[in-house]
Design a protein around this ligand. Sequence first.
Ligand SMILES: C[S@@+](CC[C@H](N)C(=O)[O-])C[C@H]1O[C@@H](n2cnc3c(N)ncnc32)[C@H](O)[C@@H]1O
Length: 336
Amino acid sequence: MIPSKVRLNSDETNNKKMSLEKNKPVKARLHPRNKNREPYNLDALVHSTPELKPFIKPNKKGVASVEFANPIAVKLLNKALLNHYYGIKHWEFPDENLCPPIPGRADYIHYMADLLRENNMGRLPKGEKISCLDVGVGANCIYPIIGVTEYGWNFIGTDIDSKSIAVADQIVATNLSLKNKIDLRLQTNPRAIFKEIINKQEKIDISICNPPFHSSIEDAQKGTRRKIKNLTGKKVKNPKQNFAGISNELICEGGEQQFIRNMIYESKHFAKNILWFSSLVSKETNLNRIYKTLEKVKAYQVKTITMGTSNKSSRIVVWTFLSNEEQKEWRAIRWK
Ligand SMILES: C[S@@+](CC[C@H](N)C(=O)[O-])C[C@H]1O[C@@H](n2cnc3c(N)ncnc32)[C@H](O)[C@@H]1O
C-alpha cells in the first residue's frame, strides 16, 4: 500500500491575532486549546509560586518580565505555570535534568488529541480508555502530566535512566490527580524503544516521543551557547549544565535522526499494537531520511504536523500501519 503523506497546518495559528475579549496579543502560533496563548498573568503565577517573584524584573521596554536567560527563573516559571494552569502542586526534579517549556510540550498533546479525533468521528477522545505511550518520559514527566490533566488519558512512560523513572514516580505519587494514571517503565536496553516495554497483547492508542536531539556533548553545548547568545546577546564559554538540559537526556548516538529511524524500524514489529506512532522532529533537514525510512517499512499513512512557538518551529511526524478499515475497527472495539 502506498503511504499517504499529508502536511497539516495548525489551524488558526499562522497570523498574529488579537484576543477579542481582552484586546491583548495572543501567542497565535500555539494550538488553539493551549492554556498559554494569552500573555502570562504574572500576579497569578507569583501567587501560586512565590519563589518566582525575585526573578521578575522590568525588561528593556520597562515591562515586568521573567528573566528568561536565568535557568532558575525559567524552572520556577514552568513550575508556576503547571501549578496555576494545570493544578500540579508538586513538581520537583534535580536541576541537571531537562526543564521543559510547558506551552510547547502542551501543543504536542493537543495535536495528538486532534489526530485521534479524526479517528473518532470528530469528537475529542477523552478519559482513561485512551492510552498514550511516552517514549523517554524524563524526570520531569511532562507529557503524561499534561495528557492526564487535559484529557484524562492513561499513560505509560518509559526511560533508560532509572533515576529519571524514580523522580517521575515521585511526581506521580505526590500529586493526587496523577495517581494510578501513569505507569512508569524502565527500558533496560538503550538501543530498544518498544521491545521489552510493550507486551504482545497490549494495545496503545498513540505513542509520543521527544527524542534525544544531539549526537555528542560538544554538539549539545554548541546549541546551548547559541540559545544563550540569542537571549542575552552574550557569548558564554561553558554554559550552565541545567540550561536546556545538557545531560544524557539530550544526547544519543546519531542524534535525533538515528533515534527516530530506529524507532520506525522497531515500530513495524508493533504495527498491530499501536494505532499511531509519532515523534517530534526538531531539525527540518532530518525529515527526508525519516520519510524514506517510513517508505521502507511500508507505513500505511504518514502525516507531518507543523507547530511552533514565537521563536521556534517544530514538527511532529506520525505514522500508522493500520488500514482505514483496521482504524475503524480499532475505534469500534476500544473506544465504544
Ligand atoms: C529530550 S529528553 C525528553 C524528556 C521529556 N519527555 C521532555 O520532553 O522534556 C529524551 C529522554 O529520552 C530518554 N531516552 C533515551 N533513549 C531512550 C530509549 N531507548 N527508550 C526510552 N527513553 C530513552 C532519555 O533518558 C531522556 O529522558
